[in-house]
Ligand binder design. Structure first.
Ligand code: TYC
Length: 99
């Protein structure tokens, strides 16, 4: 902690948390503009990067939209699925461990 009363020994083995790729999957029905909107609003991408990722998914079947700790990745996925369902789009995304 940063307090003056508590002395703490920093371990020499502080490992970073395991990280997960959030991967967007292609389908035949979700509109391209909806996917771009998801990448901008949920993953914080700009217009150009969002378009690039969407087209990668469209042409290659899947694409990485971000790399996060487990809880953040899970929350992003829930947000995508909830938003897609609310508009009746079949958009799917999954997470997979890095490395
Ligand atoms: N293939 C969709 C279409 O032609 C577009 C799309 C892109 C859908 C990316 C999902 O994750 C996706 N309308």
């Amino acid at each position: 902690s940063s307090g003056s009363l508590v002395l703490e020994k920093q371990s020499s083995h502080v490992k970073p948390p395991p990280m997960y790729q959030v991967i967007l999957l292609n389908d035949d029905y979700t509109p391209m503009e909806f996917v771009v909107h998801v990448l901008q609003k949920i993953f914080g991408k700009g217009q150009e990067e969002a378009m690039r990722i969407m087209l990668t998914v469209h042409h290659e079947g899947k694409g990485v939209c971000g790399i996060y700790p487990q809880d953040v990745a899970a929350t992003r996925i829930h947000q995508v699925l909830q938003f897609a369902r609310s508009r009746q789009h079949p958009l799917q995304c999954v997470m997979e461990p890095v490395g």
